[in-house]
Design a protein around this ligand. Structure first.
Ligand SMILES: [Zn+2]
Length: 171
């Protein structure tokens, strides 16, 4: 046996954390507890589990059904990310700003089916967008910054698998 198990973590000793994606897998409780069989389909969104990940694909005969992590989070109303948009600049531009967020999701979703907007709530001077993952909020925040400048802040909580992105512009 080449790798000894580290008794503390249960992971092979000496394995390096290579990147963001690997950390996500370790930290997201929804992904860690969901280990469906190959060909399992989500009854809500139709995503199929194959080769260790959920993807969009046509399967003639799904081998079983299990909710995917994104649909589970949505059902639990337990977001992994929040985008808070605020400031005087919003007035009259709510729809335009929400469309940027929706466009980001549309660009992300084909390749990353688990990265989705859960809910968009609009109030005077404030928009809150919740997501099923920690990458989409950043993408939305950066798109807002590119389009309208303003002030972008990102607070990343690795232990909790949670990100809060704030974008503000006053005038
Ligand atoms: Zn699903």
């Amino acid at each position: 046996m080449k790798h000894a198990e580290d008794p503390a973590s249960g992971h092979p000793r000496g394995r390096r954390i290579a990147g963001r994606a690997q950390l996500d897998h370790l930290n997201d409780p929804y992904k860690a507890t969901t280990k469906p069989g190959k060909g399992t389909a989500c009854p809500t969104c139709g995503a199929v589990f194959d080769a260790g990940r959920w993807s969009w694909q046509e399967t003639a005969a799904p081998v079983g059904e299990a909710p995917c992590p994104a649909c589970q989070r949505t059902a639990d109303a337990f977001p992994a990310g929040i985008v808070e948009i605020g400031g005087g600049f919003l007035a009259g531009r709510e729809e335009e700003l929400c469309n940027i967020a929706r466009h980001c999701e549309a660009a992300e979703k084909p390749e990353h089916p688990m990265n989705r907007i859960m809910e968009i709530s609009t109030q005077p001077g404030r928009i809150e967008i919740t997501t099923t993952d920690i990458h989409l909020p950043r993408r939305i925040g950066e798109a807002l910054k590119r389009a309208y400048d303003g002030v972008l802040d990102m607070h990343f909580d690795e232990d909790g698998y949670f990100v809060r992105v704030e974008w503000r512009r006053e005038d």
